[in-house]
Every structure is written in structure tokens, then in C-alpha cells.
Ligand binder design. Structure first.
Ligand code: ADP
Ligand code: MG
Length: 308
């Protein structure tokens, strides 16, 4: 998945540790093996090469992630859309990352061939069908959250119900930390200079995902391009939201919504948070070097209770 991970489980013996390591690795390998766009042999890469409107059979995990992606697309008015894959590449991100910004004609044509509603899922058959054969999907914005949920469930099943799981910055807490308290996690300050902490959250039994434009971006011709694409324009998201954090029971949902909030920006993003009753913290650029925070009512209610 091209990223790092960390799993914390209090007070384990060395035999527990090897059991835990094997379980964590198995979940990560499963998700990466099925859903990586960097692996030509992954199920997702095969779906992307399937240039046809005939049904394509999927394993239950890939089907589940595509179904969650579709639900997030519907809930966000298409701001979250995994079918932006060719645009991600055209803007220099993803496996076939281009080096110069695409022409307007190319953006327009890639936009015409994308759109989440063109991917039709049949739960009974376990298949996906492309209404547009050129359709391609990139699950980078949601697969880490899914891996976090899977690892957390696997640990739970092994009897380790106190844990903190983090994959590439998306995380999920269960129970309490080694000191018997709620887990403490830091929300990074969204600037490129260093790794400062903007805020510490105390959490228990909740997932937290953060999307930002401050780490993964490209520069060309003096312009800065975010790795999150606005599916309405086919161009990199350009809102003033520097980072979006979402707390939710499920990491996959938090991950998807965090990405969507970068696309939607402050006003539309907060409206979405209120509509979906989501706990959201946005860090918004405020002039040259200043940042300010804005939160949804669910976030404020959650924090005033001490820990969710
Ligand atoms: P990160 O991978 O940095 O944690 P995200 O979870 O926000 O960040 O995912 C961003 C990735 O998702 C991009 O690199 C790209 O592959 C893909 N992507 C870009 N725009 C969108 C979008 N509007 N909807 C869904 N996926 C997107
Ligand atoms: Mg995301």
C-alpha cells in the first residue's frame, strides 16, 4: 500500500506477538493483493483492464469496498468518486503518474468516461459491470480505512479487544491504552515544514481518518496540485481546507468522507457533516501562513463528552 502501519496492543507475551504480527500481515497482504493499482496482478488492476460491459466477478472484499465507495459517492453528491483513476494519473499521481499537467481536452475526455454511477454492482451475483468500458477505479482513498477495520476485527476475534490500529494515518481505537485510559492520537498541523501536532484527541471505540493536501502534492509551473481530484471539474481540489478529519464507527467510512471534505471545501463540507451527522474537524488556510479550525456540531458534542 506504499505506506507504513502501526498496531499497539497492551501487555502481550512474545507468543501473542508473533500471532498478532501474522494476523496483521495477513490482512494487509489481502487488501494490497486485491486492491493495489500498483500491482498489475491485483483484482482491481484486472477489473481496470476489463474493457467491457460484461459482468466481472469480484472477491467479497473488493466487492465490499466498491459498495462502500458507491455509498460514499451517493452521500457526498459525487465528491467522493473512485472512478477518477485516469484523472489521478493524468495529474501526476498514481501508478502511471504523468509529469506535465494534462490539457483541457484530455481532462474533458477523461471526465466523460468516468463517474461512479457508471459502475453497477450486483450483490447477488458478486459482480461489477461497467456502463462505460473505459471506466477505471482507484481505491487509494478508502483501502487504508478498510484495512484498518479488518485488522481491528481480526484482533478482536483473537481476543485482543484493547488496541490502536493505524495504517497510513487512518486509525481505529478500541478499549483502552496500556495505562488503562482512552487512547491519545495527534492530528498533524497541516504544513510541509515539520511534523507538528495541531491537536490531541482522546478516543475510545472510534475510527479517525485525516485527508490533507500538505504531504502528497506536486508542483508544476509554480502551481501546487493536490492528489485529491474534484470529480466535478476533473482538476485537483483547490479548496482552502488543508486537512479534514472525520471520526466514525467505521474507518472505511471516515476515510471516504475525509477525502470528500477536501473536495467540498469548508461550506459544503460542513453542510455535509451536519446532514450526515458526522464528527468533523477542518483545518482551513487563513491567509499566508495562518490556519484556523472549524468543527461540526457532532465533533463538538463528542469532544465535550471527554472521549467518544
Ligand atoms: P491519502 O492517500 O493521502 O491518505 P486520501 O485518503 O484522501 O489520502 O486519498 C487520496 C487518493 O485517492 C488519491 O491519491 C487518489 O488516488 C484517490 N482520489 C483522488 N481524488 C479522489 C476522489 N475525489 N474520490 C476518491 N478517490 C480519490
Ligand atoms: Mg481517504
Amino acid at each position: 500500500m506504499g505506506t507504513s502501519y502501526r498496531v499497539t496492543v497492551p501487555a502481550t507475551s512474545s507468543s501473542d506477538e508473533s500471532l498478532l504480527r501474522a494476523a496483521v500481515r495477513a490482512e494487509l497482504e489481502l487488501v494490497d493483493g486485491l486492491m493495489s493499482t500498483y500491482r498489475p496482478d491485483s483484482e482491481l488492476s484486472r477489473l481496470n483492464r476489463h474493457r467491457s460491459s460484461e459482468p466481472f466477478h469480484l472477491s467479497p472484499p473488493t466487492f465490499a469496498v466498491l459498495a462502500a465507495a458507491r455509498a460514499a459517492s451517493a452521500a457526498t453528491g459525487g465528491a467522493f468518486d473512485v472512478t477518477v483513476a485516469p484523472l489521478v494519473n493524468a495529474w501526476g499521481f498514481g501508478p502511471a503518474g504523468a509529469t506535465v499537467p494534462p490539457s483541457e481536452e484530455l481532462v474533458a475526455s477523461l471526465l466523460r468516461d468516468s463517474g461512479w454511477a457508471k459502475l453497477l454492482l450486483d450483490p447477488a451475483a458478486g459482480t461489477a459491470r461497467k456502463a462505460e468500458p473505459r471506466l477505471q477505479c482507484d481505491l487509494s482513498a478508502i483501502a487504508k480505512g478498510y484495512a484498518v477495520d479488518r485488522i481491528s476485527a481480526a484482533l478482536e476475534e483473537l481476543g485482543f479487544s484493547d488496541h490502536l490500529v493505524e495504517v497510513g494515518g487512518e486509525l481505529r481505537a478500541r478499549g483502552s491504552n496500556p495505562e488503562g485510559q482512552s487512547w491519545r492520537v495527534g492530528i498533524e498541523r497541516p504544513d510541509t515544514s515539520g511534523r507538528l501536532v495541531q491537536r490531541i484527541l482522546r478516543i475510545r471505540d472510534v475510527a479517525v481518518a485525516t485527508s490533507g493536501d500538505y504531504r502528497n502534492f506536486r508542483e508544476a509551473g509554480g502551481e501546487r496540485y493536490s492528489h485529491v481530484i474534484d470529480p466535478r471539474t476533473g482538476r485537483p481540489a483547490s479548496s482552502l481546507v488543508a486537512s479534514a478529519t472525520v471520526l466514525d464507527a467505521s474507518a472505511i467510512r471516515a476515510d471516504a468522507f475525509a477525502t470528500a471534505l477536501l473536495v467540498l471545501g469548508e461550506d459544503e463540507g460542513l453542510a455535509l457533516a451536519e446532514r450526515e451527522n458526522l464528527a468533523v474537524l477542518l483545518i482551513v488556510r487563513n491567509g499566508e501562513n495562518a490556519l484556523r479550525e472549524t468543527t461540526s456540531s457532532r465533533f463538538r458534542a463528542t469532544m465535550s463528552l471527554g472521549s467518544p
